[in-house]
Design a binder for this molecule. Structure first.
Ligand SMILES: C[S@@+](CC[C@H](N)C(=O)[O-])C[C@H]1O[C@@H](n2cnc3c(N)ncnc32)[C@H](O)[C@@H]1O
Length: 240
């Protein structure tokens, strides 16, 4: 995904927004006065701002590995005095920022675990950041049409040369949701509940294009002139 085009990502994050709302609803009834929240891979910070606006929440720290995301989030989604943005890698979070250890009563993460090559490192860091009795709601993509399309495009006679050696940076958890839950337990979490479901979203053509431009990350690797055509072709491959 081309996160340097954060404006475009922000406009076309319908799937992410829906996923975040669904994940957040798992915490309904769990919010407590004085909650201190960590948002892992906060991106543009839209939902983190929603969380910070809740009366029970005393403060939120948003972490993202991309400076462009952090800069965008600071500019567009900040509540001074309640929200803090930190440029950091969740996979080495506690080592790099030991002050975050045991600090949070809640951790949330929406739509970004598939961006971590080593999800267990991320989970261990999240666990270390939680205080005793802390709770966590993580959204994990374990199958994705975008990943399937990328694979097919990489094998496609017409495109495979342009896409050679390209890593799309999507690391879907290879096992079932239950196996993911087991990994979560292995990182120290207790009382793990795992919900799985398909997300079907109806797009307008414009929304579909914008979202695909974000998701089909190889668009940055090819010339501008072939982008539109590749996008249309990737729809065909995906629909096939
Ligand atoms: C698909 S975006 C989701 C962003 C946001 N949570 C949302 O719902 O729109 C994935 C985010 O994870 C961030 N990310 C990827 N690897 C990361 C890492 N190792 N540590 C922290 N953030 C990371 C990316 O920079 C990106 O902002």
């Amino acid at each position: 995904m081309n996160y340097s085009k954060v404006d475009s990502y922000s406009k076309h994050r319908h799937v992410q927004h829906n996923a975040a709302l669904q994940t957040l609803s798992l915490l309904d009834g769990h919010w407590r006065d004085g909650d201190v929240v960590l948002d892992v891979g906060c991106g543009t910070g839209d939902e983190t701002k929603m969380i910070a606006e809740m009366d029970n929440v005393s403060s939120v720290i948003d972490v993202d590995v991309l400076t462009q995301m952090i800069e965008y989030a600071k500019k567009h989604n900040k509540i001074t005095g309640k929200m803090e943005y930190l440029h950091a890698d969740v996979c080495t979070l506690v080592e790099d920022h030991p002050q975050l250890c045991n600090r949070f009563t809640k951790v949330v993460s929406f739509f970004c675990f598939h961006r971590f090559e080593n999800q267990k490192d991320a989970l261990k860091n999240v666990y270390a950041c939680l205080s005793d009795g802390g709770e966590c709601a993580i959204h994990v993509v374990y199958k994705s049409a975008a990943k399937d399309t990328n694979k097919q495009m990489n094998r496609h006679e017409k495109w495979k040369h342009q896409l050679q050696g390209f890593n799309d940076g999507l690391y879907m958890f290879p096992g079932s949701p239950e196996e993911f839950a087991e990994s979560v337990r292995e990182c120290g979490f207790t009382e793990v509940k795992c919900y799985s479901g398909d997300m079907t979203i109806i797009y307008s053509a414009e929304q579909m294009k914008g979202n695909s431009m974000n998701t089909l990350s190889y668009f940055d690797n090819i010339s501008n002139t072939t982008r539109e055509f590749l996008l249309i072709r990737s729809y065909d491959v995906h629909a096939a």
